[in-house]
Design a protein around this ligand. Structure first.
Ligand SMILES: [Ca+2]
Ligand SMILES: [Ca+2]
Ligand SMILES: [Ca+2]
Length: 157
């Protein structure tokens, strides 16, 4: 497993993802990701697995497809993230905060959800500044803030 941990070969990583895709859906869900991480020798809670899933799930579909998994694996020092209690804590806290304001559970913050977030943080609350903020953070062009865009804004990790 340790050689796989350091592998950056898409072929190797793809086969790893397929191995853990136990229901054959071509996506990795929270349960499957949890199995993979614990087989790598890391102890993570269900909450932490869910937070990692949000991080890996770039298109905010709710699950990790093979491409998202390969992208994450090749771009991240997995062991550094999983070994670092502080990083794991911040990822988990960021996901809790995001979910708190994603009231409709769409895995994206739309304008009224961002408005609530900014009002609670006493940052700003006029419609224009909310729109400006969304425009400046929205990299995907959907006028909503996904978890990645949210994490870029937080700058916690
Ligand atoms: Ca996805
Ligand atoms: Ca939402
Ligand atoms: Ca967006």
């Amino acid at each position: 497993m340790s050689s796989i941990l350091n592998s950056k070969s898409p072929v190797v990583i793809k086969s790893l993802a397929k191995k853990y895709d136990s229901d054959g859906s071509n996506t990795i869900n929270s349960f499957e990701l949890g199995n993979l991480i614990s087989d790598m020798g890391f102890t993570v809670s269900k909450t932490q697995v869910d937070a990692l899933l949000m991080l890996i799930d770039k298109d905010a579909s709710g699950s990790i497809n093979i491409d998202e998994f390969v992208q994450w694996w090749t771009q991240t020092k997995i062991t550094d993230v999983l070994n670092n209690q502080n990083t794991m804590h911040l990822i988990t806290e960021a996901s809790k905060l995001f979910k708190k304001y994603d009231v409709d559970g769409s895995r994206k913050l739309k304008q009224n959800e961002v408005t609530n977030l900014l009002r609670d943080l006493a940052q700003c609350d006029s419609t224009n500044s909310v729109k400006d903020m969304i425009a400046s953070l929205d990299r995907t062009g959907d006028q909503e803030i996904d978890f990645h865009e949210f994490c870029v804004w937080l700058r916690w990790f």
